[in-house]
Design a protein around this ligand. Structure first.
Ligand code: ZN
Length: 80
């Protein structure tokens, strides 16, 4: 069975659609903790690892993909 490792470009896999996401990240440079702003508790979260202060930032993440990929296309949509 072939594995997905060491395959530079899988033809079926589209490259991840990265989008800038607002995050909170730990102020400490030695701490790698960060959370999505939308998932952070409160307006000023504290670091879950070191309880330090967190600062706003931007991180490029693949878009959250919902399980339902796409809505059913309407029959009257012309492809070309
Ligand atoms: Zn931290």
């Amino acid at each position: 069975m072939p594995t997905m490792t060491d395959v530079p470009t899988a033809p079926t896999a589209s490259k991840p659609d990265l989008s800038p996401v607002q995050i909170w990240r730990c102020r400490s440079s030695s701490c790698k903790a960060w959370v999505r702003a939308e998932l952070a508790a409160g307006a000023k979260p504290s670091c879950p690892l070191c309880q330090g202060e967190m600062i706003r930032g931007i991180k490029h993440l693949p878009k959250l993909v919902t399980k339902v990929k796409a809505q059913k296309k309407k029959a009257d949509v012309v492809p070309w």
